[in-house]
Design a protein around this ligand. Structure first.
Ligand code: AFP
Length: 353
């Protein structure tokens, strides 16, 4: 009788050592149904974009025309870097042939980019910031990409993308890729927050941390204190508080993804308040603040405009900005308490004095 083949231990190597991203998504959803397959494929495509961007970043100093500015300004009025355009086009390119996504909207594009051949088959929209913190690119410091996936509602035949004007709680998935000493992809599909590290020898993102839960308080506070006199008094109150109390450390890199990652891993709070010049701050709701808020809530933290949860904000335009206070629950609540205190003072001041 011929004996059935008995696999060796090596046959379990994938389960033991190498949970890949697409496999993880399917495990999370405990399904091989069409939506689970879609989400798994979407994450795979995002990972591919991340690998392409990471590859260019690691060699940027050796390549011609990889660093520096293009000479253009984007819809936000900011000078565009060559790497911004490269990364923006990489995301378009990997989704063009995917059949998954009908629209992509990013910081670098005035209007969403439509892929008509994927509509109505591809019923998803990808919102993304291709290179967040691009000021760091030319000096070889960490940068990131931020993304969110939303289900497209309706046909969007007039290409108005009006269905995107809905709160962040409508996101199906969100995450970021941090291009640091290693390339790390962090994502959530509403079932916890998970981190994957790119193994360059395999060319794959491999699960490195599952179900990240952040501490309810941390010592880090991350804010551009150069704007101190541009903020409302309540934010200055918070900064005075941390200056006067032991146990706080300032950490700010100028790239949101890196600063957020530190807070997610170690606890603390990141703030980008409104300023005199930009009362809504600098960060964009749909493809920066809302995706990170989604992750933060999944990890047990909080994300707020100072007045309300970020995930409850209904945008009125694609490139809307919002103040952001995000991090450990107690630290976000502390910042909010200074805001509420100042509001109380204002309402109790006699109107005719
Ligand atoms: P860029 O992507 O235009 O470089 O902006 C980076 C960013 O949006 C975010 O990543 C940083 O947290 C924030 O701006 C830094 O802004 P300041 O330079 O005003 O502190």
């Amino acid at each position: 009788m011929v004996e059935a083949y008995q696999p060796s231990d090596a046959a379990n190597v994938l389960d033991r050592d190498c949970t890949t991203l697409s496999r993880h998504v399917l495990q999370q959803l405990q399904s091989f149904g069409p939506e689970a397959q879609d989400l798994s494929a979407l994450m795979n495509r995002i990972a591919l974009a991340g690998k392409l961007v990471a590859r260019r970043l690691t060699r940027a100093g050796l390549l011609e025309a990889a660093l520096g500015f293009t000479g253009e300004t984007n819809v936000q009025g900011e000078e565009v870097k060559r790497m911004d355009i490269y990364a923006n086009d990489v995301f378009i390119s990997v989704f063009k042939q995917s059949g998954l996504v009908c629209r992509l909207a990013s910081e670098e594009m005035d209007q969403p980019y439509y892929i008509p051949e994927n509509c109505p088959v591809g019923r998803y929209t990808l919102l993304y910031d291709p290179i967040d913190g691009s000021g760091n690119v030319d000096i070889n410091l960490n940068v990131g990409s931020i993304f969110a996936i939303r289900r497209q509602k309706g046909e969007d035949l007039d290409q108005s993308a009006s269905d995107l004007m809905s709160p962040g709680r409508d996101q199906l998935a969100a995450g970021y890729i941090l291009y640091g000493p290693s390339t790390v992809l962090v994502y959530s599909i509403g079932r916890g927050v998970h981190a994957f590290t790119l193994d360059p020898s395999l060319g794959e993102f491999i699960l490195s941390q599952e179900n990240i839960q952040m501490p309810s308080h941390g010592s880090n506070y991350s804010v551009n204190e150069g704007n101190f006199w541009q903020w409302e008094e309540s934010y200055r109150d918070f900064i005075r508080y941390v200056h006067r109390h032991e146990g706080y450390s300032a950490r700010y890199s100028g790239a949101l993804v890196g600063d957020f990652h530190r807070i997610l891993m170690q606890g603390g709070v990141f703030l980008y308040p409104g300023t005199l010049k930009n009362p809504d701050g600098k960060l964009r709701l749909l493809y920066e603040s809302a995706p990170l808020a989604y992750l933060m809530e999944q990890a047990g933290g909080k994300a707020s405009t100072g007045q309300q949860p970020i995930l409850d904000v209904v945008p009125s335009k694609l490139h809307q900005r919002t103040p952001l206070v995000i991090g450990s629950a107690e630290d976000v609540e502390l910042v909010e308490s200074f805001i509420q205190e100042r509001q109380r003072e204002q309402t109790t001041v006699a109107p005719n004095r």
